[in-house]
Write a protein that binds this ligand. Structure first.
Ligand code: PEP
Ligand code: MG
Length: 324
């Protein structure tokens, strides 16, 4: 079976009733990009840039531009969606701040930290814009809590683009700009945020943590960390509906997207772009091919109405296990 998955990994994943579900991969290092491309992923739906930053926090704009360009070229003509720095929380950079925070996950992380350290943010945005001249680049902002942060970040990005143009530096023409939806306030105001971006990317790792108030790294409360919690599903649904209404793309890049038992539920909720761990790409594609969109939708509706997380998990699991 592994061999069969390997053979079909570069083929598109289309449900039995004709719905294309794009399966991309998540990445963190330049060195893994060849493996990512070989996994069957056409795109990188989430490139976490923190790790490159932590390798050399004092890296120059040139070095960053070179790293981002290499990643972009390897995936060309596929797209690489780079997420701007998401430091803070569990990924601390002591050089950014010497202040200890009592609640790092509720503190200075993601877009908040970037907007507070414009020198670093500008360096990263300029490097990303420079990479966009060499392939298809998307840029998304992490830990968005509301529309204002997106406006501010976009304004800075526009400013950097103007500067580069004046300097005669080439940049790409169609760079998709996105917001990660991983804080409940962002999901609830997704209709407002949708007017400012080209796509959403749902980060369920954080969305689940913040919705259920359960630390994603704390073993003692791990039992409460439930992807199929009705509140989580409702927030995902709200986000998908806001995206559809505004006519923008919506992708999901949290760990749940890599779990083939959840594929039917995600597809049924209207998620047709999944960004997963590279090692799971061929499996998720295979899981999609066995499904019918109509059945997934019916099941997702039932799960949404039922409001019980065990039931939701069992239903998606049995559909994932069924042989079509
Ligand atoms: C997420 O929160 O789901 C996500 C993809 O981001 P990270 O895991 O890097 O916080
Ligand atoms: Mg996150």
């Amino acid at each position: 079976r592994e061999d069969a998955l390997h053979v079909t990994r570069h083929q598109p994943s289309i449900t039995g009733d004709g719905c294309l579900v794009k399966v991309s991969a998540n990445a963190e290092f330049i060195e893994e990009m060849a493996v990512v491309r070989d996994s069957g992923a056409e795109h990188v739906g989430l490139f976490r840039t923190e790790f490159l930053h932590l390798e050399d926090p004092d890296a120059s704009e040139d070095w960053l531009a070179d790293c981002y360009t290499r990643a972009t070229k390897i995936m060309a003509p596929g797209e690489v969606i780079f997420r701007t720095l998401d430091l803070g929380g569990d990924k601390m950079d002591p050089r950014m701040t010497s202040e200890e925070e009592p609640n790092p996950f509720l503190g200075w992380r993601g877009i908040r930290a970037s907007l507070g350290r414009r020198d670093l943010f500008r360096r990263q945005l300029r490097a990303l814009l420079r990479a966009s001249a060499h392939g298809k680049v998307g840029i998304m902002f992490p830990m968005v809590s509301g529309v204002e942060e997106v406006r501010e970040a976009r304004a800075l990005l526009d400013q950097c683009a103007q500067e580069l143009m004046h300097e005669g530096v080439a940049i790409g023409e169609d760079i998709a700009i996105g917001a990660m939806i991983e804080i409940p306030s962002a999901a609830v105001s997704a209709d407002l945020i949708a007017t400012e971006v080209d796509f959403f990317s749902i980060g369920t790792n954080d969305l689940i943590q913040y919705t259920i108030a359960v630390d994603r790294l704390n073993e003692r409360v791990a039992g409460l960390y439930q992807p199929t919690h009705p509140a989580v599903l409702r927030l995902i649904r709200m986000t998908v509906e806001a995206a559809n209404k505004a006519g923008i793309r919506v992708c999901i890049c949290g760990e749940v997207a890599s779990d083939v038992e959840l594929t039917p539920l995600l597809v049924g909720l209207g998620l047709h772009e999944l960004s997963v761990t590279a090692g799971q790409v061929s499996r998720v594609k295979h899981a999609v091919r066995k499904l019918s969109l109509a059945d997934c939708r019916t099941m997702a509706e039932e799960v949404m109405c039922h409001g019980c997380m065990t039931n939701g998990y069992e239903k998606t699991r049995s559909m994932a296990m069924a042989k079509y």
